[in-house]
Design a protein around this ligand. Structure first.
Ligand SMILES: [Zn+2]
Length: 504
C-alpha cells in the first residue's frame, strides 16, 4: 500500500427549509450531483465547485484521496431518507474498500433535515466516527448558515464555515478546512472551541459587508491575522427549521485550548450583543404598491418577496402580491413568477392566444393567501431552458421546467414547474417579460438579484410577505423550537454559555 497519507472525502449538501412541504428526492439531487467514488470525484472536478477546494488542496499537498459520496443540491424542503441512506452507504463502502485511512475531510451544508432525521449532518459525522474510531481526525467544511448540533461537535475535530454572506468564499472555505485536516494529520496541536447561541435571525437582515455583522466577522479575521487563532466561524444558522435542536454558534480554532475558548467567548459575545441589528426593514405589500403608484421615475419599483425565494429554500408559489394588486384594482403594470405545474399544464391545453379561468398559486406553502382565481390569456409557452445573464455564472443554462406566460389584467405572470435562479433577470427576459417596462417587478430572491437588478431598477423594497422563507419569523406557527430562543422567548437576563472544547 502507498505510503502517502490517505484522506477520505465526502460531500453532502442541501439547505433545508422545513416549512417547504416538498421533499427533495434522488432525482432533484441528480440534477446537480448524486454519485460516488471515482465517478463522483470526476463529476466534482468537471466544474468549479466548493468541494474542489478540498480536492485541490489535498492533491497539491501530495495526499491520496478516498472518494466516497458526492451528493449535492442547493436549498429546498426536507431530503428524502433514501438520499441520506445512500450517503451513509457510500461512506461505508468507501471505508470497507480503502484499507488504511488517515483522516476525513467532508463538505456538508450543516443545516440539512431528512424526512425523519432533523440532524442529517450530525448523522453523517457520527457514522464516520463509528466506522473510523476516535483517533482519526475528522474535519468538515460547512455553510455559514449551518445548525451546529451537539452530535456534530462531538464527532468533528475541526469545522470551518464561510466567513462571508452573501457567500463569495465557497472554494476558500473548503481550502481552509483541508488545511486544518493537513495540520491534524501532521500532529500539530489544534483545538476547536465552540459555543451554541440561542439566536435565530433572517439572512436577508444581515451581511458580512454591513454593520453590525461585519464587525463580528472582522474581529475574527483580525485574530487570525495576528496569529492568535488558526481559524474561526460565526455560524448564524438559517432559521427556517422548526426542530427541537437549533441554534447559532461560534467556533474558533487555536494551537492551545485556552486561546480557542477565550476567542470563542469574545466573538460569541460580540455576535450576541448585536442581535437586534440583524433584522431587515420591511415594508407592507400595500406600502410598496403605494410607492410604485406614486413613483416619480420611470424605473421599475422592485418588491423583494424573499419569503418565497427558491434560493432560500422556499417554494415560489405565493401569489400574495398578485392578490393585493387584484383586490386594490391596481392599474400597475406588474411582473412576477409563480410555481404551479397544474396551471402550466392547463395553459398548454388552452393554447397560445386563448383565455381561460385559472386557479393560480398557493398550492404548496401553508398559510399564504390564495389561490388567485382569475381569467387570464395565454401569451406564450416554453420548454423552460434559460441562459443566465449574470454577472454570476453568465452563460450557464438553467431549467425551470415547462413554462407559460399568462396575462391577468395588467399583470404578466411567468408560471413554471420548477423556478430556480430567481435573482437573474433572464428568468423574466427569456420569456418576453422585460423588467424595465414594468411599474412593479416582484423578485423572489434574498440578495442574489442585486448585482443585475441595481443597474436598471428604481427603488428596491423588501416586503413583509408570507412564505416558507419569511424574514418576519413571528409569522410562523412554530411547534418544535426549544424554549428560550431569541427573538421569541429568550429570558431578559440570559447569559451565554462558556465556550467548550468538545474533543481533545
Ligand atoms: Zn448560506
Amino acid at each position: 500500500m502507498s505510503k502517502k497519507k490517505r484522506v477520505l472525502i465526502c460531500e453532502f449538501h442541501e439547505e433545508t427549509d422545513t416549512f417547504n412541504p416538498i421533499v427533495l428526492t434522488k432525482k432533484d439531487f441528480a440534477a446537480f450531483r448524486y454519485a460516488e467514488g471515482e465517478e463522483g470525484l470526476a463529476l466534482c472536478k468537471s466544474q468549479p465547485c466548493a468541494t474542489c477546494g478540498i480536492v485541490d488542496t489535498l492533491e497539491k499537498a501530495g495526499y491520496e484521496l478516498i472518494p466516497t459520496a458526492f451528493v449535492f443540491a442547493l436549498a429546498g424542503g426536507r431530503v428524502s431518507d433514501e438520499v441520506l441512506a445512500y450517503v451513509l452507504d457510500c461512506i461505508t463502502r468507501g471505508v470497507a474498500e480503502a484499507g488504511r485511512i488517515d483522516a476525513v475531510c467532508a463538505l456538508l451544508h450543516g443545516a440539512t433535515c431528512t424526512e425523519s432525521d432533523n440532524d442529517a449532518c450530525g448523522t453523517v459525522l457520527k457514522h464516520l466516527r463509528k466506522l473510523l474510531g476516535e483517533e482519526i481526525p475528522i474535519t468538515v467544511s460547512l455553510d455559514l448558515h449551518a445548525n451546529v448540533t451537539e452530535a456534530m461537535l462531538m464527532n468533528a475535530d475541526v469545522m470551518c464555515g464561510h466567513q462571508t454572506y452573501p457567500h463569495v468564499d465557497l472554494y476558500e472555505t473548503a481550502c481552509r478546512t483541508a488545511k486544518m485536516c493537513l495540520r491534524l494529520m501532521e500532529g500539530k496541536s489544534t483545538y476547536m472551541a465552540a459555543v451554541q447561541i440561542p439566536v435565530l435571525t433572517p439572512p436577508v437582515g444581515y451581511s458580512s459587508l454591513k454593520e453590525p455583522f461585519k464587525s463580528v466577522i472582522d474581529s475574527g479575521k483580525q485574530m487570525v491575522e495576528d496569529k492568535t487563532l488558526l481559524d474561526f466561524t460565526v455560524f448564524n444558522t438559517q432559521p427556517w427549521m422548526d426542530i427541537p435542536e437549533i441554534s447559532s454558534a461560534v467556533v474558533a480554532v487555536a494551537e492551545d485550548a485556552e486561546t480557542a475558548k477565550r476567542c470563542t467567548d469574545a466573538l460569541a459575545k460580540k455576535f450576541f450583543d448585536n442581535r437586534d441589528g440583524y433584522w431587515p426593514d420591511l415594508m407592507s405589500i400595500d406600502e410598496v404598491i403605494d410607492r410604485a403608484e406614486d413613483k416619480g421615475s420611470a424605473k421599475p419599483v422592485i418588491l423583494v418577496d424573499s419569503a418565497d425565494s427558491p434560493n432560500g429554500g422556499a417554494v415560489g408559489d405565493s401569489v400574495a402580491v398578485a392578490m393585493r394588486l387584484q383586490e386594490r384594482g391596481s392599474k400597475l403594470r406588474a411582473a412576477m413568477f409563480v410555481k404551479d405545474p397544474e396551471v402550466v399544464a392547463q395553459a398548454f391545453a388552452v393554447g397560445v392566444g386563448n383565455s381561460a379561468q385559472f386557479t393560480l398559486g398557493a398550492k404548496f406553502t401553508a398559510d399564504v393567501p390564495g389561490p388567485l382565481v382569475a381569467v387570464g390569456k395565454v401569451r406564450s409557452l416554453h420548454d423552460g431552458k434559460v441562459m443566465r445573464e449574470g454577472p454570476v455564472n453568465r452563460g450557464e443554462a438553467f431549467f425551470v421546467g415547462k413554462a407559460a406566460v399568462i396575462t391577468f389584467g395588467n399583470m404578466d405572470v411567468l408560471v413554471c414547474e420548477a423556478p430556480v435562479v430567481p435573482g437573474d433577470p433572464q428568468l423574466f427576459r427569456h420569456f418576453g417579460i422585460e423588467p424595465i417596462l414594468y411599474d412593479l417587478v416582484v423578485v423572489k430572491a434574498n440578495a442574489s438579484f442585486r448585482a443585475a437588478y441595481c443597474k436598471f431598477s428604481g427603488e428596491i423594497c423588501y416586503a413583509d410577505t408570507p412564505g416558507a422563507g419569511a424574514a418576519n419569523l413571528k409569522r410562523f406557527r412554530w411547534k418544535h423550537l426549544p424554549k428560550g430562543m431569541y427573538p421569541f422567548d429568550l429570558p431578559e437576563d440570559y447569559q451565554l454559555n462558556k465556550a467548550a472544547i468538545y474533543r481533545s
